[in-house]
Structure formats: C-alpha cells, structure tokens
Design a protein around this ligand. Structure first.
Ligand code: AMP
Ligand code: MG
Length: 347
C-alpha cells in the first residue's frame, strides 16, 4: 500500500495555534502549538467540552514550560544545579520531579544493559552537543575521550535519601535529552486526562503520546524517513500508546564532510553511527524514549538483544545502509510502502 506524507501526518500536525475546528454537533477538534523541549509541540484534542479542553491545555502549557527549564541539561535550572553539586562532591536537595526522573532513568539504564546511560552529560558536552547550535570542527581529543571512559559514570552511582541526592562518582552529569521528553509527555497526558480530556495526541517533533481515539477512528501517525523528506511508515494508534523515534539525522557534529551524530555509545564515548533511526511503540512514553535512544546506541548487531532486555516488543530499526529491521509485533501493525517492505526483515 502506498502511503502519502499528508495522509499519515495529518492527524498529528497542528494547523495553527489555539484553534478549534469542526462541526457544530459531535466532538470538535482543538489544536495548540508551543515551542518547548527544543521542538514544536502540537497538541490535538477531540472533545465536546471546550471548557475542559481550555483548562487542560493551560495546565499542560505551564507544566511543559516548567519541565523544560527544570530538567535542562546545560541551561540554568534545577538539573544544572544538581550536576554542579555532583561535580563538587556535594549532596543536594532535589524535588519529587527530579527524584522520579533519576529513579526512572536508573531503571532504564539497568534494563538496557547500559546502552541508555543518562549520566553521560560530560561527554555529550565534550562533543559539543550542549549548545543550541550544531557543533563543527575536529572531534574532542582522544585522550579526553579515554579519560572520560575511565571515569565510567552511570546513574546507579547516585543515591537519593529523604530528598537528598548524592553521587559516589563526581563524573556523573545527568543529561535527560534522551528521556525527559517521554517522561514529560506521559505526565502531560495524565494532566489532560485529569482535566477531563480523553482523546488527544501530544506530538513533540515526531515523538508522541496518544490517548483515546479520533472521532471513533484510530489516530494515524507517520514515522519520518531518517534519510530523506517524507515518512517511511504509517501507524494507527488507539488507546494509550506512545511512538518515539531516535535518529541520527538532525543533530550531529560536522567536520570536513564527516558527520558525528549526537547519540553516543556509552562504552566508548564515540558517536553511534551505524543506525539511521530507531522507532519504538509502547504504552509508556518514558520507556519508549529511553529504548529508542538505547537502540541507536546499541547498533544493528545488538539492538534486538537490548530490546528483549528492555521488554520492548514493538520496534523498528533503520540501518545507515537503509535496511529495515522489525520485531514480529511491529511487522504485524506497521504500514510500510511496498518498496520499504522489500527492504525489511523481521528479526
Ligand atoms: P533522543 O533524541 O531521545 O534519542 O535523545 C538524544 C539525546 O540523548 C542526545 O542529544 C544526548 O543528550 C542524550 N544521549 C546521547 N547518547 C545517549 C545514550 N547512550 N544514553 C542516554 N542518553 C544519550
Ligand atoms: Mg530517547
């Protein structure tokens, strides 16, 4: 079946900020768009209760704004203060939000057998990715990378007791860039539901959480092609489902025509560059976000083992050479064009 870009991303793209469109009877469509987490976030809701939608959207906007500044890896905020305290060997009081993020990230680190490691902020910064602009120029010196590898930070070196966080390893620097969006979208969807909204999609630059349905039909979403314009696949999602894609196509360091992508192999401190993208479908956005990052870091030879360890059953990996690897459950539901299906294998 051929898939047009418009057909599949239509359901999840906002047409403007704060608009509500639709017929006078039956549920109406509401859409909001904000710039947060370094990307455009589109919220699409169908509801016949405009007041609940208005309240839910306002709570969501406030929550996302706070989450963005509180959990930022390198801009002034709570997480930066935590990282500074760890580097100085100090204990620091943390709020429930950061405690919960750290505990979730510790779990995902352990499940992923280290492929997802959000304690690697120092090496992410060394590669130049703690900047709004894409870095250029020669990679960091070999000795600096080796020294970092020896320092071996991971999130289980951090303990939190009675709201006080302490790390036994001063090299731990939290960078939740691969996890906080999923965590925030899970919490954001819970906020919408608590406001009386049951049918919604929150789409943060292609990573999305869906709930309920779109006027009795599933939400239809597209997975962006990692190597060219348009979508590589379509999916129908219904109920509580999250779809997260990590890729090496947007953020990279460039030096003399060579690209060094932003997802790093925590064992070597080097960019993981044999995967173009990894897509995960799961009930939890946080788990899907961590897993998609982990699969890119693990690479084509190891990702399916990491998927099993993380208990992820629906995933797709696109290798740098363009071949597509699917878990059996993903193969059953994902809609690929005939051309892409020919390049796919079920693993
Ligand atoms: P995502 O787009 O969700 O895959 O997140 C990518 C971001 O996660 C990067 O820009 C880094 O901030 C961070 N990161 C890079 N490599 C890893 C890794 N192996 N484990 C956890 N986070 C990582
Ligand atoms: Mg991620």
């Amino acid at each position: 079946m051929g898939i047009s870009r418009r057909e599949f991303i239509g359901a999840c793209l906002a047409m403007g900020a704060g608009v509500s469109v639709g017929c006078s009877s039956g549920p109406r469509l509401f859409q909001e768009r904000w710039y947060v987490f370094g990307t455009l976030v589109d919220v699409t809701v169908t509801s016949d209760d405009a007041e609940s939608v208005r309240k839910g959207m306002a709570r969501l906007a406030g929550f996302f704004r706070d989450a963005h500044s509180n959990w930022h890896a390198w801009k002034p905020g709570r997480l930066l203060r935590v990282n500074q305290a760890i580097a100085q060997g100090r204990e620091i009081a943390v709020d429930e939000g950061i405690e919960d993020l750290v505990r979730g990230a510790q779990l995902q680190y352990q499940l992923s057998e280290g492929a997802f490691n959000p304690a690697i902020g120092r090496i992410v910064g060394l590669w130049g990715f703690h900047d709004d602009m894409l870095p250029t120029g020669a990679p960091p010196a070999r000795t600096l990378i080796e020294r970092w590898v020896e320092s071996a930070p991971n999130p289980t070196q951090v303990a939190i007791h009675d709201g006080n966080l302490h790390s036994s390893n001063p090299a731990v620097q939290f960078d939740f860039g691969g996890y906080a969006k999923g965590y925030a979208l899970d919490a954001g969807m819970a906020l919408l539901k608590a406001s009386g909204v049951s049918n919604a999609v929150i789409n943060a630059g292609g990573d999305l959480n869906a709930a309920g349905h779109n006027n009795a039909r599933p939400w239809r979403v597209g997975v962006r092609h990692p190597q060219r314009e348009g979508v590589i696949a379509g999916l129908e999602v219904a109920g509580d489902e999250a779809v997260y894609t990590s890729g090496n196509y947007e953020r990279f360091r460039e030096n003399n025509g060579q690209r060094y992508p932003h997802i790093l192999d925590p064992c070597t401190g080097m960019p993981a560059d044999s995967v173009a993208s990894a897509t995960v479908v799961h009930r939890s956005g946080a788990a899907a976000d961590a897993a998609a990052t982990a699969f890119v870091a693990a690479g084509p030879g190891r990702w399916s083992e990491v998927a099993q360890a993380m208990r992820i059953t629906q995933a797709m990996l696109v290798t740098k050479s363009g071949s597509i690897e699917l878990t059996p459950e993903m193969a059953q539901r994902i809609q690929l064009s005939a051309r892409h299906r020919r390049r796919s294998v079920v693993i």
